[in-house]
Design a protein around this ligand. Structure first.
Ligand SMILES: NC(=O)c1ccc[n+]([C@@H]2O[C@H](COP(=O)([O-])OP(=O)(O)OC[C@H]3O[C@@H](n4cnc5c(N)ncnc54)[C@H](OP(=O)(O)O)[C@@H]3O)[C@@H](O)[C@H]2O)c1
Length: 96
């Protein structure tokens, strides 16, 4: 399988962190983003893992600047996994 370049939002925990670890073992290249990701995930930085601070609620100018940086790391992005978000689990009765 060809090596893909991924950009994942919210890799600091949960599903994003699990996907990041899976892709590392698969041999893909990952731009791992999140709030304060460059500091929090510094131990993961390698030839195939790049880190970028990205709060998805930042203004458009900040987001565009970070995406431009991300694009320039390996000259493109094959897959965007826009995973950032919050879960608020409820029963069906509570959610209605
Ligand atoms: N788990 C499920 O069963 C389930 C089901 C359906 C959909 N989802 C969706 O899947 C996604 C991940 O779920 P999860 O269970 O892994 O959630 P989680 O364990 O609560 O993790 C949420 C992640 O999102 C990050 N995040 C929150 N706000 C952010 C922001 N403004 N900018 C950047 N990162 C931000 C958090 O970063 P910090 O570490 O900085 O807090 C954390 O890394 C969410 O969008 C959720 O709605 C999950």
């Amino acid at each position: 399988m060809p090596q893909l370049t991924w950009l994942i939002t919210a890799t600091t925990s949960g599903l994003g962190e699990s996907l990041l670890n899976h892709l590392i073992t698969r041999g893909d290249r990952v731009i791992a983003t999140g709030r304060d990701a460059e500091r929090r995930l510094a131990y993961l930085k390698s030839d195939s893992v790049a880190l970028l601070d990205l709060d998805v609620t930042s203004g458009i100018a900040v987001i565009e600047a970070q995406i431009r940086k991300a694009w320039d790391i390996w000259g493109g992005i094959d897959v965007l996994m826009n995973n950032a978000g919050v879960s608020n689990p409820k029963s069906i009765e509570e959610a209605g």
